[in-house]
Ligand binder design. Sequence first.
Ligand SMILES: Nc1ncnc2c1ncn2[C@@H]1O[C@H](COP(=O)(O)OP(=O)(O)OP(=O)(O)O)[C@@H](O)[C@H]1O
Ligand SMILES: [Mg+2]
Length: 367
Amino acid sequence: MQLSLILSRLRVPPPPKITRLQAYASAVVIPLVTLAIQHELLPLVHLVPFILFFLAVFLVSWLGGRGPGFVAIGLSAVLADYHFLPPSNTFSLDPRSLLLITLFCVVSTIVNLLTAAAVEAYAEAQRAVRFRDDFLSIAGHELRTPLATLRLQVEALTQLADAQPGSVPRKHVDRAQRSVDRLIRLVDELLDVSRIRAGRLQLNFEACDLSDIARTVVEQMHDTAAHAGSQIELVAPDRVPGKWDRARLEHVVSNLLGNAIKFGTKKPIEMRVSLDAGTARLSVTDHGIGIADEDQPHIFGRFEQVRSPRQGAGLGLGLWIARSIVDAHGGIIRVESKLGAGATFTAELPLDAASAAPSSSSEPAAV
Ligand SMILES: Nc1ncnc2c1ncn2[C@@H]1O[C@H](COP(=O)(O)OP(=O)(O)OP(=O)(O)O)[C@@H](O)[C@H]1O
Ligand SMILES: [Mg+2]
């Protein structure tokens, strides 16, 4: 496993940004502070006189990298030898002391090199993530203009096919229309990703109806589901009115339904909408491959996909976007599932998201 990955999994925070001068100053100050602490703790640590200096070297390497790390190793070796190796308050150069100092230098050099490499790898990974976000945002904007033109052209062809039947094969025009719509949705998704990452997801709250949103999405995805061999059953009251961002909620519902179709192994899918004590609830249940307990906490993260035969069929962004949107509405989204026995995703929304939503929508905490 890459060091950067280990660090990010361990949630080791990146070091604060400091100048070279500060880094070298820390290489002197930290071993001196360690010396003072070690003096106080001597009765506890006298058997391993270098123990706290390993921590000092780690800290300096984490803060300043390899160079300051080596300065800290040299200074620590001198201080520990002078103060803690018998006879104390003099430089001990007998074979046992020399062996101990050499051991300290070797182990702390390994600590220094590993820590510095891990921090560099972490910084490199952060740079790559920033580059990818910028790329997604620029690509999204650049793709939107030609796609809007393409959509107009396809709409003109649809009108022509309606006005002069037989002039253009309707089947092909419909297929082109669906592909353009899908491309536009994907590009909007890319743009949403960069907005969420930048904390700039603006919601347009308006009076709308969750039952109607569910019906619209089921209708839109009917063909896709039929093509995949799944039946969708919608159970919804006439109206579940609330104040939400309709387009974004359609996005959430179509992501959940898209997953149910993708991972539902052709079994029936149920979508339920309900209203309960001031909370609107929408759930999507499938009876497909399901998600193992240990994977469930991760699937709402960015680019997170569970290894499965369908892996790679998407980017691993759908649930992350869905959760960001539901969070920004002041709601919650959760999953209940058993491996091999399907999954139920439930989104709960306050009826008036405009007053319940967090003041600025931002990227959800990493899972
Ligand atoms: N209904 C489901 N059944 C089984 N696994 C699911 C289901 N929904 C999501 N998952 C798992 O969670 C992962 C993340 O889902 P998510 O929607 O974020 O990504 P995706 O569908 O793989 O790609 P994208 O949505 O970006 O096209 C999926 O790759 C899959 O492993
Ligand atoms: Mg998905």
